[in-house]
Design a protein around this ligand. Structure first.
Ligand SMILES: [Zn+2]
Ligand SMILES: [Zn+2]
Length: 137
């Protein structure tokens, strides 16, 4: 018996959809400058998945990629986004050879509350006015 569950999400215009297998244990809020600029917000809420545990459907071939080459890890990051609505879907850090994808959990259609971030990363570059009380993100 399998307790596997799938969760769906999409970009803003809905032309790119994705399906996640189970709730990843690797969930975070990232405050790095790339996430800040890429999202237009204070940071991004994310979850890391092995590439086999996420499937992306892009029926109208709207997905494009932007390669972030100057990264802290020294490895480029492939940022996947929708060319129709501009929404970022996921990032592929080449540090893991393309085996892992970091998906934006803010794009989930439902069950959003199951994806509470477990840690904050790049907190030192977070703006001082962004308050993070204990237990919140
Ligand atoms: Zn879109
Ligand atoms: Zn980031």
């Amino acid at each position: 018996m399998s307790s596997e569950k799938t969760y769906t999400g999409s970009c803003l215009c809905g032309s790119i959809k994705f399906e996640l297998k189970n709730v990843s244990e690797s969930r975070m809020t990232c405050y790095c400058i790339d996430c800040r600029k890429g999202s237009g917000h204070l940071g991004q809420i994310l979850a890391m998945y092995m590439k086999d545990d996420i499937s992306i459907t892009d029926e109208d071939s709207n997905m494009r990629e932007w390669i972030v080459s100057s990264t802290q890890s020294g490895y480029p990051k492939r940022k996947l986004f929708c060319s129709k609505c501009g929404c970022t879907i996921a990032t592929i850090p080449m540090k893991y050879n393309g085996q892992k994808l970091i998906v934006r959990t803010s794009l989930l259609d439902s069950d959003f509350e199951k994806f509470v971030p477990k840690k904050r990363i790049f907190e030192p570059v977070k703006a001082d006015f962004v308050g993070c009380a204990e237990g919140t993100f």
